[in-house]
Design a protein around this ligand. Structure first.
Ligand code: CUA
Length: 316
């Protein structure tokens, strides 16, 4: 049956995957057996007891009940659902309760990207880097609507809600890069709300943290801006080649007059760009929806400067 589970789901690479798969496999096998008995029986009776000739009309006698049969079809399903309940409950408790020694990472979902904040101040967008063989606890919340954190390889899925925290945890068993999906429809950009979970060895994880705590040092502002454009997920909604996506393109915007949706217009200078990053609803460009989240709590002042420099470098 292993080939079957591998065909159905991506390879399980967390400590709970085998348990989740075993229960799923049990439910699928039992369902297939019951399906064959019920549908096969129905088909068989249809053929056996069909009306053969006009004169042979001979209706079945009235049946009131059959105690033996009724006990059988009550007790067998009862046993099966009891097994599924206790088995599922045992795994559920294991999946819900994070071990006390887990690394705690804050996950913030917003339209349409994931932000990860590590204990020592490092933060990252759309890529969760974790060590293998160490439990990781995620404390999650949303800035806007309901999202859902889903890593199929880990068999971990948990809704991420505004105004309250939800918790998920996992322990990855194998190094690799795994897909992270948003599994709750959250608007136009839902299908692009994709991330990666990169599982590395413990020394590599330590090195990554070290490297990212000094991110941006020794880079020019425009270079840093180009990096942030991707790592802070601006790329999801803004192109740099002139094509409009969910938001206007960054190409050639600087220094030009921009028409706003209230009919006024504004010159795209540094202050306009800064305001659009930190207070996106203040001035919305004509033809676009006011859907951009604020980057107030996400970007440091130097990073705001860097993005502005990067947009300037894309031509006037
Ligand atoms: Cu976030 Cu769908």
């Amino acid at each position: 049956m292993n080939w079957f589970m591998n065909w159905l789901l991506p390879k399980g690479t967390s400590t709970v995957a085998a348990e989740v798969d075993a229960l799923l496999q049990f439910i699928i096998v039992v369902s297939i057996i019951l399906f064959i008995i019920v549908v096969g029986g129905t088909a068989l009776f249809v053929v056996l007891y069909r009306k053969k000739k006009q004169e042979q009309v001979d209706f079945t006698k009235d049946l009131s009940h059959n105690t033996k049969l009724e006990i059988i079809w009550t007790v067998i399903p009862l046993i099966l659902v009891t097994i599924v309940f206790f088995w599922g409950f045992k795994s559920y408790m294991k999946i819900r309760l994070a071990p006390g020694d887990a690394i705690e990472i804050k996950v913030t979902a917003q339209k349409w990207f994931w932000q990860f904040d590590y204990p020592d101040g490092v933060s990252n967008t759309n890529e969760l880097v974790v060590p293998a063989g160490v439990p990781v606890k995620l404390v999650m919340s949303s800035q806007d609507v309901i999202h859902s954190f889903f890593v199929p390889n880990f068999r971990v899925k948990m809704d991420v809600l505004p105004n309250r925290y939800t918790v998920a945890w996992f322990e990855a068993t194998e190094n690799g890069v795994y897909d992270l999906f948003c599994a709750e429809y959250c608007g136009t950009g839902h299908s692009k709300m994709l991330g990666k979970v990169r599982v590395v060895s413990e020394p590599e994880y330590a090195a990554w943290l070290e490297e990212n705590s000094s991110f941006g040092e020794g880079m020019s502002l425009a270079e840093l801006g180009a990096k942030l454009y991707k790592s802070k997920a601006c790329v999801t909604c803004h192109s740099v080649d002139g094509s409009p996506l969910v938001g206007p393109t960054f190409k050639g915007v600087f220094g030009h007059t921009v028409k706003l949706n209230d009919g006024s217009s504004v010159k795209a200078d540094e202050n306009y760009l800064r305001e659009s990053i930190l207070k996106p609803q203040a001035k919305v460009v004509e033809g676009f929806q006011p859907v951009m989240p604020t980057y107030q709590s996400i970007l440091k002042p130097r990073e705001v400067d860097a993005l502005i420099e990067y947009i300037k470098s894309l031509g006037e």
